[in-house]
Write a protein that binds this ligand. Structure first.
Ligand code: ADP
Ligand code: MG
Length: 625
C-alpha cells in the first residue's frame, strides 16, 4: 500500500516468529485461545476505564463488550474482532513489534530448544502464535485516542502500518484477520472453532460469538427456484435482517400463490453464542465439576499442559468483607519462582470487584511466600470506581489477605491429609480408603518437592502463621527410612523423657549420617532431623519451638540427652580440660568441656549455642566469596 510505513521487528521477535513458522508443533490450536485471551484483556481494560468515565464506551454497537469470530471460506480468512480498548499507532508498533520484558533472549532460546510452544502464552508473546496457522496477518485497530490503523505482516522480518482508509470503521477495538495457510484450512470449519472455544475459552467473561450458518426450510414459489439459494447465502447484514426478510417473503407467498410453493433448504447466518458468561466462581462449589475447575485453572495460569492442579479451594467469605475466591495449587512450580523471589512482585491472583476485572498486579492480596498459588478474588465490598492506587490502600484488602492465607494453608494441609502416603505412622484405623486414593497418593510429596521452599520461607516471614506452616514442614531424619516425615510424626516417635526436638544441618543426608554428633543419639535411639537445604539454616533461626518442644541443634553447645548426670565426670576431668584449653590458642576455642554426645569419636568441635552453626558459616562464606 502506498501510504504504508515500514518497520522492522526487534531481533528477538523475528527469531521468535521464525521458530513459530518453522515449528512442526502439532498443537497449532493454541493461537485461538491467545487471540481470545488478548481480546478479553482489551475488553477488561476498556471496562475498567469506563468505571470512572462512562463516555469511553461510546454509543450503539461500539459499547457492546463482546468478541466476534467470522470465517470467510472463499478468501480463506479467519477474523476475530473485539470492542476492547484498541491500539493507537504507537501501541501497534510497540506491542506487536517488540518485547520489552527482561529475559526475552533466554526465553526465545528456551523455546527453540524445548519446542514447547505452550510457553508462549505464559511469557506474554502469545500474539505471535497466529503465525502457526497464517502466513499473512492484518490487525485493524481503533483506539479512542487515535485514528484507525492497519498493521500487517507476512512474518518476513518486517511489518507495515497504514492509516486505514478502506475498511469499515470499527468504532473502537481490534479486528485480527488471519490469512490461513493451506495446511490450516481446518480453521475455516465452524465446528472446529466451536470446539476450540469450548475447550480453551470457556471461562472468558465476555460473550464470544461466531457468525454461524444455519440451514432452514423456506417456502419459495415452485417455478422460480433456480437461484434463490445462492442469493440467501451471502453473509452480508445481520441475521435479524435476514430472518425478517424471509418472514415477509413467505407471508407474501402465502397470501398470493399458496398452491405454487415448495420447500427448499436455505442457509442463513446469525451470531451464535459459544460460551456461558456466568462466572464459575459465582456458582456453588457443589455444582462445579473437577473438569471445570481444571479448565479454570488452565485459563488463569495460562498453563495448558494436561496436568491438573494439585488442589483448589473455592469459598465465599461473609461478614464485614464479602468476597468469593478460588485458589489453586499448580501442579508445578514455575521456573523462575525462586530465582527472582526477592526482586519481583509476582501477584498471581486476579482481582475482580463485582465481576469486573480490576487487576492482576495486586501484591497485597497474598504474601510473597504464597505467590506460587493461582486464583481469583471477586469482592463485593471494595469500591468500584476508584483508582488502583486507592484500592491498594483500602482496609478491606487486609481482611481479604488474612482470610486467603488461612484458606490457602487449609487447602495445603488437606493435600497431606488426603494423601494415603502421609498416613504412615498414624493409627491404622484412621486411614480411610476411598476410591480416589490412587489419585491422592503421593500428592503431598509432589507438593513438597515443588513448593516446600515456599513453606519454609513462610515460616521465616509469617510469624502469625508460623505454627500452621510448621505443621506442613517435611524432612528426612535418622528414622524416616529415606521418606519424608513431619514434626507431628517426629513427636509421636519421641522417647519418654525426651524434651527437645533434635536436628542437624549440613549439605547432604549422606554427609550428616556419618557425623560424630549423631553417634550417641543414634545409639540411644533418639531421632535426629536432617536439614540439608541452605534455607534451613535461616528457617531454624525463626522456628524456635513446636507444640511446646524446643529445637536443639545437635552440633551446638548445650545438648542435653535425657537426664544424664555428668557432674562427677566433669570434676574428674577438670585437669585435662584445663590443660587442653590452654594448649589451644585461647581465641580459637571458647571452652573445652566433657560431653556425653559422643560414642566412638574421642572429641568434636561444637559451635556455641547462640552463634552460627558450622553449616551456616559455610553458607555465609559461599555467599560472600
Ligand atoms: P500479552 O497478551 O501476554 O501481553 P501478546 O503477545 O498476546 O502478549 O500481546 C501483546 C500485546 O499486544 C498485548 O499486551 C496488548 O497490549 C496488545 N494486544 C494484543 N491483542 C490486542 C487486542 N485485541 N486489543 C488490544 N491490544 C492488543
Ligand atoms: Mg496475550
Amino acid at each position: 500500500r502506498n501510504n504504508a510505513e515500514k518497520f522492522e521487528f526487534q531481533a528477538e521477535v523475528s527469531r521468535l516468529m521464525d521458530i513459530i513458522i518453522n515449528s512442526l508443533y502439532s498443537n497449532k490450536d493454541i493461537f485461538l485461545r491467545e487471540l481470545i485471551s488478548n481480546a478479553s484483556d482489551a475488553l477488561d481494560k476498556i471496562r475498567f476505564l469506563s468505571l470512572t468515565d462512562k463516555e469511553v464506551l461510546g454509543e450503539g454497537d461500539t459499547s457492546k463488550l463482546d468478541i466476534q469470530i467470522k470465517l470467510d471460506k472463499e478468501k480463506k480468512i479467519l477474523s476475530l474482532r473485539d470492542r476492547g480498548i484498541g491500539m493507537t499507532k504507537e501501541d501497534l508498533i510497540k506491542n506487536l513489534g517488540t518485547i520489552a520484558k527482561s529475559g526475552t533472549s533466554a526465553f526465545v532460546e528456551k523455546m527453540q530448544s524445548s519446542g514447547d510452544l505452550n510457553l508462549i502464552g505464559q511469557f506474554g508473546v502469545g500474539f505471535y502464535s497466529v503465525y502457526l496457522v497464517a502466513d499473512y496477518v492484518e490487525v485493524i485497530s481503533k483506539h479512542n485516542d487515535d485514528k484507525q490503523y492497519v498493521w500487517e505482516s507476512k512474518a518476513d522480518g518486517a511489518f507495515a502500518i497504514s492509516e486505514d482508509t478502506w475498511n469499515e470503521p470499527l468504532g473502537r477495538g481490534t479486528e485480527i484477520r488471519l490469512h490461513l495457510r493451506d495446511e490450516a484450512q481446518e480453521y475455516l470449519e465452524e465446528s472446529k472453532l466451536k470446539e476450540l472455544v469450548k475447550k480453551y475459552s470457556e471461562f472468558i467473561n465476555f460473550p464470544i460469538y461466531i457468525w454461524a450458518s444455519k440451514e432452514v426450510d423456506v417456502e419459495v414459489p415452485a417455478d422460480e427456484d433456480e437461484s434463490s439459494d445462492e442469493e440467501e447465502t451471502s453473509d452480508s447484514g445481520s441475521s435479524e435482517e435476514g430472518e425478517d426478510e424471509d418472514a415477509e417473503k413467505s407471508e407474501d407467498d402465502d397470501a398470493e400463490k399458496k398452491s405454487k410453493t415448495k420447500k427448499v433448504k436455505e442457509t442463513t447466518y446469525e451470531w451464535e453464542l459459544l460460551n456461558d458468561v456466568k462466572a464459575i466462581w459465582l456458582r456453588s462449589p457443589k455444582e462445579v465439576t473437577d473438569e471445570e475447575y481444571a479448565k479454570l485453572y488452565h485459563s488463569l495460569a495460562k498453563d495448558f499442559s494436561d496436568e491438573k492442579p494439585l488442589a483448589w479451594s473455592h469459598f465465599t467469605a461473609e461478614g464485614d468483607v464479602e468476597f468469593k475466591a478460588v485458589l489453586f495449587v499448580p501442579p508445578k512450580a514455575s521456573q523462575d519462582l525462586y530465582e527472582s523471589y526477592y526482586n519481583t512482585n509476582k501477584a498471581n491472583l486476579k482481582l475482580y470487584v463485582r465481576r469486573v476485572f480490576i487487576s492482576d498486579e495486586f501484591d497485597e492480596l497474598l504474601p510473597k511466600y504464597l505467590s506460587f498459588l493461582k486464583g481469583l478474588v471477586d469482592s463485593d465490598t471494595l469500591p468500584l470506581n476508584v483508582s488502583r492506587e486507592m484500592l491498594q490502600a483500602h482496609s478491606s484488602l487486609k481482611t481479604i489477605k488474612k482470610k486467603l492465607i488461612r484458606k490457602a494453608l487449609d487447602m495445603i494441609r488437606k493435600i497431606a491429609e488426603e494423601d494415603p502416603d502421609e498416613s504412615s505412622g498414624k493409627d491404622e484405623k484412621e486411614v480411610e480408603t476411598s476410591g480416589d486414593d490412587d489419585e491422592k497418593k503421593g500428592q503431598y510429596t509432589k507438593f513438597w518437592n515443588e513448593f516446600g521452599k515456599s513453606i519454609k520461607l513462610g515460616i521465616i516471614e509469617d510469624a502469625t502463621n508460623r505454627n500452621r506452616l510448621a505443621k506442613l514442614l517435611r524432612f528426612e531424619s535418622t528414622k524416616s527410612d529415606g521418606k519424608l516425615t513431619s514434626l507431628d510424626q517426629y513427636i509421636s516417635r519421641m522417647k519418654s523423657g525426651q524434651k527437645d526436638i533434635f536436628y542437624i544441618t549440613g549439605t547432604s543426608k549422606e554427609q550428616l549420617e556419618k557425623s560424630p554428633f549423631l553417634e550417641r543419639l543414634k545409639k540411644k535411639n533418639y531421632e535426629v532431623i536432617f536439614f540439608t537445604d541452605p534455607v534451613d539454616e535461616y528457617l531454624m533461626q525463626y522456628l524456635m519451638d513446636y507444640e511446646g518442644k524446643q529445637f536443639q541443634n545437635v552440633s551446638k553447645e548445650g545438648l542435653k540427652i535425657g537426664k544424664e548426670k555428668n557432674k562427677e565426670l566433669k570434676e574428674s576431668f577438670k585437669e585435662l580440660t584445663k590443660w587442653w584449653k590452654n594448649a589451644l590458642a585461647s581465641d580459637n576455642v571458647d571452652e573445652v568441656k566433657i560431653s556425653n554426645r559422643l560414642d566412638n569419636t574421642p572429641c568434636v568441635v561444637v559451635t556455641s549455642k547462640y552463634g552460627w552453626s558450622a553449616n551456616m558459616e559455610r553458607i555465609m562464606q559461599s555467599q560472600t566469596l
